[in-house]
Structure formats: structure tokens, C-alpha cells
Ligand binder design. Structure first.
Ligand code: UTP
Length: 297
């Protein structure tokens, strides 16, 4: 599709309290999904969409995140010595993936605050935001379409997923107008984590955004909202209602597979769904899974 956007921002500074105690000394983005940490899937997705410049927003316990995308010379030498080319390639895959940059968030004051930390690095150009604990199945690409819509409409774009109304209180919800593309909507308003009764629709914002740089000016004056955190959704709400100055907001509706690895049940589902289709695991895993499922009520 060809896009000029090259920068991806990956916020990974949250406390991951839903995953305690696993996240006591390790970021949730490093939890393995089959045999790769969740964050590697996210960086791979950015690179597959042509975004080779990746800025990760990190917090406490950041070392393992940085180390994962850096060289580990002793291990490389050992595998080389053993002639274990297959494992060496796995080690090198994350090292050579992208042009990685890091910035600290300090206190985790909210997703909007984390994105604002990217201002210096991003400058005055559109950029993508990919949440570090949200995996989009690579068989169902989403970012290409979002980059295309951002460029052709000169707007900001969020990814939307249709969820059960009972789940909308976990997300930002969008009020929308349809466009002539069934997968694209114009967003007229956004509410962070509404009750089912207050939700303007059951279209939930998921962790992919392609934003115009005006978002930084908006975030600079965005007050803490839900949970006393500076919410990206609140900044996008302001942009949705000021299209003349900020370019407005559109949504791309995602109909594929997506896993919120910050949620325990979704994390387990991600591992099972990705593992059963892996060439190296399916023959062992599928028969066992069938047998095991038959023992459940
Ligand atoms: P979440 O709300 O899922 O992260 O934020 P959390 O606060 O770590 O989760 P729990 O509820 O305590 O388990 C979505 C994404 O935004 C990042 C998180 O790391 C995650 O990738 N984030 C959130 C930040 O980088 N900084 C923040 O201040 C908040």
C-alpha cells in the first residue's frame, strides 16, 4: 500500500496488576506466548507494516525488555560453537528486528501520558501506537489498512472491535457514523470504560492507533480521567469533535483474531490458539487437547 509513516510507539510501562505476582519483577509484555514474549509479536507486527523505527515506553523493570532486543554475546557464541543454527536464528531474530529506541515514563500516569513521552522522538509527523500487551494475529493484518486510511483521509485512526455489550465497560467505546467503506467509520465521540447503559455502541477501541501529531498538543492539556489516569481516549474524544484543527478521528473495524495478553483468560487462549497451528507443536498438542476437552463437563 506504500505509506510514509515509519515510526511506531509501543507503551509498555503499565504495572500489569491483573497478572500479579508474575509481574512483580517482570513487565507483563515479557510473558511468553508459546515461546516468544508478547512484546516480540507486537514489534514484528510493526515491522511487517513497514514501521522499522520503534520507540518503546518503559517503566520500572525495563531491563528485560531492552535486553530482549539486544545482543547476548555469550549465548550467541555458545550456540555458534555447538553449531546450533536453528536456535541461534531464534536468538538473533529479535536483535535484528527493528531500530529500537527507549524512553522512560517515570510514573505510570496513564496511556495518554505514556504516548506523550514519545513527543520528542516522533516530532511533527503521523505515527502508530501499538499496545505492548495486545497481540493481533499475523494471519489477520490490520495495521496496513489503518496506515492507508490515515494517509488518504489525513486523519487519526483507531482500531475498533465489536464486543459483547457486557464487555464494553472494559474498553473505550465509540459513537460512529458509517462511511461508504463497511470497514471504516467516522468517530463522533468516545467514552472511556462506559457502563453498558451509557455506551454509545458496542464498538470498542483496541490497542492499535495511527495518530496525527496534533495528539501531543491535546495530551498536554488532557486532565486525568477514569482511574485518575491521563487517558488517550479522552484526548481522542477532543480530536473527534475538533476535525478542523486536529483532523478528526476515524475507526477501522477489525474482524480478525486478537488477544489481550494482559488478561489472564485471554492470555491462555492466545497460547492455545497460536500453538495448535504451529507446525512444530500441532501434532503433539491437538490430540491431547481433544482428550483433555472431553474430560471437561
Ligand atoms: P493497561 O491498562 O492494560 O495496563 O494499559 P496496566 O495498567 O499495566 O494493566 P493492569 O490493569 O494493571 O493489569 C494498556 C497498555 O498501556 C501501557 C501498558 O503497559 C499496556 O501496554 N501503559 C498503561 C503505559 O505504558 N503506561 C501507563 O501509565 C498505563
Amino acid at each position: 500500500m506504500g505509506t510514509k509513516i515509519t515510526k511506531a510507539v509501543i507503551p509498555a510501562a503499565g504495572l500489569g496488576t491483573r497478572f500479579l505476582p508474575a509481574t512483580k519483577a517482570m513487565p507483563k509484555e515479557m510473558l511468553p506466548v508459546v515461546d516468544k514474549p508478547a512484546i516480540q509479536y507486537v514489534v514484528e507486527e510493526a515491522v511487517a507494516a513497514g514501521l522499522h523505527d520503534v520507540l518503546m515506553v518503559t517503566g520500572r523493570n525495563k531491563n528485560s525488555l531492552e535486553n530482549h532486543f539486544d545482543r547476548v554475546t555469550e549465548l550467541e557464541a555458545l550456540l555458534e560453537q555447538k553449531g546450533d543454527r536453528e536456535r541461534l536464528a531464534k536468538v538473533n531474530a529479535s536483535t535484528d528486528l527493528a531500530d529500537m529506541h527507549y524512553v522512560r515514563q517515570g510514573d505510570p500516569l496513564g496511556l495518554g501520558h505514556a504516548v506523550l513521552r514519545a513527543k520528542m522522538h516522533v516530532g511533527n509527523e503521523p505515527f502508530a501506537v501499538l499496545l505492548g500487551d495486545d497481540i493481533i494475529d499475523s494471519r489477520d493484518p490490520l495495521l496496513d489498512k489503518m496506515l492507508f486510511e490515515q494517509e488518504s483521509r489525513n486523519t487519526s485512526v483507531v482500531a475498533l472491535l465489536e464486543v459483547d455489550p457486557s464487555q464494553i465497560h472494559l474498553y473505550g467505546a465509540a459513537a460512529i457514523e458509517v462511511t461508504d467503506d463497511p470497514d471504516v467509520v467516522r468517530i463522533t465521540g468516545l467514552v472511556e470504560k462506559p457502563s453498558a447503559a451509557d455506551a454509545p455502541s458496542n464498538l470498542a477501541i483496541i490497542g492499535r492507533y495511527v495518530l496525527r501529531p496534533e495528539v501531543f498538543e491535546v495530551l498536554e492539556h488532557t486532565k486525568p480521567g477514569k482511574g485518575n489516569e491521563i487517558q488517550l481516549t479522552d484526548a481522542l474524544q477532543e480530536m473527534a469533535v475538533t476535525p478542523e484543527t486536529t483532523g478528526g478521528v476515524y475507526g477501522v473495524i477489525f474482524r480478525g483474531r486478537r488477544y489481550d495478553t494482559g488478561d489472564r483468560v485471554d492470555y491462555i487462549k492466545a497460547i492455545v490458539q497460536l500453538a495448535v497451528d504451529r507446525d512444530d507443536l500441532r501434532d503433539q498438542l491437538r490430540p491431547w487437547l481433544r482428550e483433555f476437552a472431553a474430560t471437561l463437563d
